[in-house]
Ligand binder design. Sequence first.
Ligand code: FAD
Length: 309
Amino acid sequence: MTTRTLYPAERGNLRLSFEYFPPKTDEMEVQLFQTVADLSVFDPAFVTVTYGAGGSTKARSLTTVRRMIGEMGIGNTAAHLTCVGAPKAEVDAVIEEFLAFGVRHFVALRGDPQGGIGSAYQPFPGGYENAAALVKALRARGDFEISVSAYPEKHPESPDVAADIDMLKRKVDNGATRAITQFFFDNDDFERYLEQVRRAGVQVPIVPGILPINNLAQVQRFAGLCGARVPEAVISRLSHLEDQPTERFKEATHIAAEQIVDLARRGVRDFHLYTMNRSPLVTAVCDLVGFERMPVQETAVELPIRASA
Ligand code: FAD
């Protein structure tokens, strides 16, 4: 465990949340639940489980959320939900299942176009037209939390940031209570975006999405697809460490921790970490920043029994 922290002054003032994705295999499932258990020491405000566009991970998302709430006792698990490529009845049935598992927080999304990122988006006939329509349908069902997406560097389909913020405003007007951003690495992009969002009259919390870099090439590929920029300063800190895993891990820890600390100094208090279902790097980042660890007995979660055991 790292003892030096970058942000000792206001320990306890910062809040965390973590994103997980549903596992594809038994091995990945074991890794996921261990990661969830490991990171629970940071007492996250909430954790989220993603949902494949077009329902491609529907069964696995449902199972993961059910087990995290029902078997691990993680009541603040939020369920992502997309509406692309599905009729309303199918999406509504999934909402009902999540509610029956005890979900009280949704992350409501449109999802990528069915033809893949870059192809034209078509609302599904008889489906929810977009994320704003999905938020409205969720809000009509109850008084739970609804988070939505936000894009500090704009969504690739948007003509400009103003169009993005207009969509965010529609989602908030329909009942969203928080936005979580796409990952970014330049905090000036986030600050500029936040100013524009507030000027547009959107007052809900905008929580920065932080992606600790486990694998630079993979992050660069992903960033290219979703319109995010990996600055040269970040690339040059990591690219020469390809064959030095220990040094690379240390540098990646510092990059993410420094980003969080800089945002904290700019007044940000909530941080959403994309965990990639792995705990070592995220743990190192949280320790280096100085996020408080809860006493183990207060955060201990039950690991679920393996379905195939
Ligand atoms: P919206 O908020 O509806 O739209 C995003 C932007 O695209 C808008 O701001 C708008 O400017 C523009 N836009 C939308 N429709 C049009 C249009 N018809 N013409 C022109 N511009 C348009 N994907 C998954 O599949 N599963 C997940 O679990 C998931 N979780 C995510 C979590 C977060 C925090 C984020 C940031 C993204 C996530 N995504 C997920 C990715 C997301 O589904 C894609 O970015 C998708 O392309 C847009 O979905 P959205 O809800 O952000 O759409």
